[in-house]
Design a protein around this ligand. Structure first.
Ligand code: SAH
Length: 218
């Protein structure tokens, strides 16, 4: 069961979470206020309400996780979202990251390969608050060619490579933020597609994500 009640207690815990993320180095106030606006406990079973406000990843079933709030904030900050940006997200998962993007007024196109997670989100009432989020069941390696090109692309699972088809769906001047496998963990990369279509890579910190897998499941 999931709760739909957002009390002062929840808001208090959320404020502390936002403070801790700020201390860890997130400076974008828009991103921080999106984290403050979204009741993360709505995305977990009500038995785990307290854990929802710890800065940790958490299991959501199907061996998947809701990303750590700091990681969500970090990737979102790197995307520097502007209102009406068209954003492709690979790995809907709990749809928490999708809502953060929606809260920043992005037009979100999000893909999930696990049918169970996709179906669960279709029934998730809170998402009605963000009509700018469109959800798709499919393989993120293929992207969404009919809906592209996109201003920004975010991959929220550990990528074995920079997916070529996604680069093709990026607007010139746009960029993709992805955790790319490097040893045991992933290196956060921002890949910019220049106006002449050349790619420029920037490297950031190391993170640990669940794997990006090929094909659909379920
Ligand atoms: N953005 C999510 C993070 C979920 S974890 C959140 O905020 O909760 C990563 C998700 O990526 C998982 O749900 C996993 O099933 C999904 N995934 C992995 N490989 C994928 C692929 N090739 N295409 C689409 N989704 C994928």
């Amino acid at each position: 069961m999931r709760t739909t009640e957002d009390s002062y207690l929840h808001k208090g815990m959320r404020k502390k979470l936002v403070d801790s993320i700020r201390e860890k180095g997130i400076t974008d106030e828009q991103v921080l206020s999106a984290i403050m606006n979204i009741p993360r406990h709505f995305f977990l079973d009500s038995a785990f309400e307290k854990q929802a406000y710890e800065d940790r990843a958490f299991p959501i079933g199907e061996e998947q996780t809701i990303s750590q709030p700091y990681t969500v904030a970090y990737q979102t900050q790197l995307l520097s979202i502007k209102p009406y940006d068209k954003v492709l997200e690979v790995g809907t998962g709990s749809a928490y990251q999708s809502c953060v993007l929606g809260d920043l007024k992005a037009k979100v196109f999000t893909i999930e390969r696990q049918k169970k997670l996709f179906d669960q989100n279709k029934k998730f009432k809170y998402l009605e608050k963000y009509p700018s989020i469109r959800m798709f069941f499919g393989d993120g390696f293929d992207g969404l060619p009919t809906f592209g090109p996109f201003d920004k692309i975010i991959i929220t699972a550990a990528a074995p490579c920079i997916p070529e088809k996604l680069i093709a769906q990026l607007k010139p001047g746009g960029f993709m933020v992805l955790p790319l496998n490097e040893g045991e963990n992933q290196r956060m990369l921002r890949v910019k597609k220049e106006l002449d279509n050349t790619l420029v890579e920037e490297r950031f910190d190391e993170f640990s994500f669940v794997p990006m897998l090929e094909g659909k499941r379920g």
